[in-house]
Design a protein around this ligand. Structure first.
Ligand code: ARG
Length: 260
């Protein structure tokens, strides 16, 4: 079944405490428990990664605005209920920066034509934390992508204390659609698929939603091409992860960020 996260469920999982990243539930010698199929990110490796208190990820877009998924938030409007944690891979680190939200902007097209993105304005600018530029054209919408998040390390698993990362290959729209089920309804201009089609094993999962999918651009700089959106379970074969196609919404995102 389609698993687009229920922010509430993720919040419950987060409130229940973090998994100790130690034990794989299924015997897999040599494999550590991971994002799904990932490894720990090092401190400072992806400095713009944000954890949001409703149980989603995000990326710092400006020094006061976080880019996340529309399905992680309720509506556009004033909202001081969200806490963003920044600047750390360990969410329990005493050096974590924690900033409250003041306003949420939810993509106005999400419920109709698609576009699973939202902006969260923070109460004050964050200093010393770099931003992640977003893709403005489709040039980087293929190849190998990096994913990262504090979400479940396996389908149905607990939220993570330490940031995990992994790499996933691009899956083209027609191949993605031909996996059937919910994938048949893929919105090719609004969504981008990625994952190991034949084997599965590497993917984002519940609680990673809203976080960035990114790669190096032609100049060798990190650029955000996707936002974690949905998938059929996690890391299953023939069930790639589906990401918001950021380049399709880059001008809308920039315009909205300029207004909030
Ligand atoms: N909707 C999920 C969330 O809110 C993300 C699911 C991603 N699933 C996947 N198989 N890539 O956290």
């Amino acid at each position: 079944m389609l698993t687009r996260i229920l922010a509430g469920a993720a919040a419950l999982a987060a409130a229940a405490g973090f998994a100790t990243p130690a034990v794989a539930s299924t015997p897999s010698p040599g494999a550590e428990p991971q994002v799904v199929g990932g490894t720990r990110a090092s401190q400072g490796e992806f400095p713009w990664m944000v954890r949001l208190s409703m149980g989603c990820g995000g990326a710092l877009y400006t020094n006061q605005i976080v880019l996340t998924a529309a399905h992680c938030v309720d509506r556009t409007g004033a909202d001081s209920s969200i806490t963003a944690t920044l600047g750390v891979v360990d969410l329990q680190s005493s050096s974590a920066k924690k900033v409250r939200s003041t306003y949420v902007y939810r993509s106005p097209t999400y419920d109709s034509t698609g576009g699973d993105w939202a902006l969260i304005k923070l109460a004050s600018p964050v200093s010393g934390v770099p931003t992640l530029p977003i893709a403005k054209n489709a040039d980087n919408n293929s190849g190998t992508f990096t994913i990262a998040g504090w979400g479940a390390a396996k389908e149905g698993g607990a939220q993570q204390r330490y940031l995990l990362k992994a790499e996933v290959p691009f899956v083209d729209d027609s191949t993605c659609q031909s996996q059937g089920g919910d994938y048949a309804d893929l919105k090719p201009d609004a969504e981008l698929c990625a994952g190991k089609l034949d084997t599965g094993g590497v993917d984002t999962c519940q609680g990673d939603s809203g976080g960035p999918m990114f790669r190096r651009d032609g100049a060798g700089e990190w650029i955000q091409v996707g936002i974690v959106s949905w998938g059929d379970g996690c890391a299953r074969a023939h069930a790639p992860g589906v990401y918001t196609e950021v380049s399709s919404f880059a001008s809308d995102i920039a315009a909205a960020a300029g207004k909030i």
